[in-house]
Design a protein around this ligand. Structure first.
Ligand code: NAD
Length: 370
């Protein structure tokens, strides 16, 4: 069997510290579980700018396109605040998303039982929560043309953004949502604003038609996106998979994410279309958090979002479901044991650093595999 090609792009700030903990898990899996990962590394963000004068080099871009999956840490920091706009650290991530054509952004919101008390919502509302938001990532109002500030010549200006979706874009993102729902609770909730937006009317029609044509075994419901935001906070456990556009997805996934606690806990995946020959999707996995310059270099970063992103990679890129389940169970187990990094610390728990957290998760993962 060909090696599984993983490209690691640790980036800036706490990115490399968190990625080091994933590297330990990969090394163990290669040595003991014969997992056959072949690792490459590259630079992205501020560190790439320092080395090459751009946020990602052409050779690292080529490695990303050739990899089976890319693991991304975080980019940015005050050091690069004044670099030119087109080579700023975030440009590296945007280039990766664009060139790899990653149109589906997956954000799970899972509430670990041990952290249910630290949510801003009541424990019974979030305990055991496990939902997945599938956000369209390459279309909609963030990219539609015209996009400009027009001078009206009468002392007024007009800001214009254009919400635009074609049938194929809605078909492919809803296809991803239906397929993922089949591996989970078998239910999709599609959210748009068909009451006031033409793109919402088309979204609703195409999701309904896609469902009828190929996925009628999955339960489908439609909800207006504003009502969806309310329901996410009122009773989030009613949802399994939510599919929505770029703009609503941006907001709804942040709401869903914060139901579960700290930024340091949240993984994400971005997927492209399946390759016509191999059926493999291009994929990039990254924590939701940024480079946390305030704690970078102190050994205090929570590596769980990065490790959980690797668990998503095992699940969605390599179909290693048992290993993904075990790694997620290892994270839950360590939290049950009362171990906490500073960002999720609470009274009576044991405060540890990045490396200790990585070691504890690896030890549990090994124990679960034994
Ligand atoms: P941030 O996510 O880096 O940090 C916000 C707060 O959360 C900070 O107090 C930080 O210490 C804390 N935090 C974040 N991740 C943590 C972790 N794993 N463990 C413990 N605490 C954690 O967001 P910010 O401060 O707004 O941005 C800092 C830099 O990161 C900026 O340059 C920003 O542009 C960049 N950024 C990058 C990405 C990305 O790479 N995808 C995303 C967001 C922000």
């Amino acid at each position: 069997m060909a090696a599984k090609k993983l490209l690691l792009l640790p980036g800036d700030g706490i990115g490399p510290e968190a990625m080091a903990e994933v590297r330990k898990i990969v090394a163990y899996m290669n040595a003991e579980l014969k997992s056959d990962f072949s690792l490459e590394e590259g630079l992205v963000g501020g560190c790439a700018y320092d080395a090459h004068g751009k946020a990602i080099s052409e050779s690292d871009m080529a490695k990303a396109l050739a990899a089976d999956a890319v693991l991304f840490g975080a980019v940015g920091g005050p050091k690069w605040d004044s670099v030119p706009y087109d080579v700023r650290p975030e440009a590296g991530l945007l280039r990766l998303r664009k060139d790899m054509e990653l149109f589906a952004n997956l954000r799970p919101a899972i509430c670990y039982p041990a952290l249910a008390d630290s949510s801003s919502l009541k424990k019974e509302i979030v305990e055991g929560l496990d939902i997945l938001i599938v956000r369209e990532l390459t279309g909609g109002v963030y990219f539609g043309e015209p996009k400009e500030i027009r001078d009206l010549g009468n002392g007024q200006k007009r800001g214009i953004d254009t919400q635009v979706y074609d049938t194929y874009e809605i078909e492919r993102i809803s296809g991803v949502a239906f397929e993922l729902a089949r591996t989970r609770g078998n239910k999709v909730t599609s959210m748009e604003k068909r009451n006031v937006m033409k793109s919402g009317v088309l979204w609703n029609e195409v999701v309904t038609a896609t469902h009828k044509a190929k996925y009628s075994d999955v339960k489908l419901e439609h909800m207006l996106a504003d009502a969806g935001g309310m329901q996410l906070v009122r009773w989030p456990k009613q949802f399994d998979v939510i599919v929505t556009d770029n703009l609503f997805g941006d907001m709804l996934s942040d709401i869903a994410a914060m139901l579960t606690g700290s930024l340091g806990m949240l993984p994400s995946a971005s997927l492209g279309a399946p390759d016509a020959k191999t059926g493999k999707r291009k994929a990039l996995y990254e924590p939701v958090h940024g480079s946390a310059p305030d704690i970078a270099g102190t050994g205090a970063a929570n590596p769980i979002a990065m490790i959980a992103s690797f668990a998503m990679c095992l699940r969605y890129s390599f179909n290693m479901i048992t290993e993904a389940d075990r790694l997620e169970a290892a994270v839950a187990g360590v939290l049950d044991d009362g171990l906490r990094t500073g960002d999720i610390m609470s009274e009576g728990k044991t405060k540890i650093g990045t490396v200790e957290m990585g070691d504890a998760i690896l030890a549990k993962f090994k124990a679960l595999a034994a």
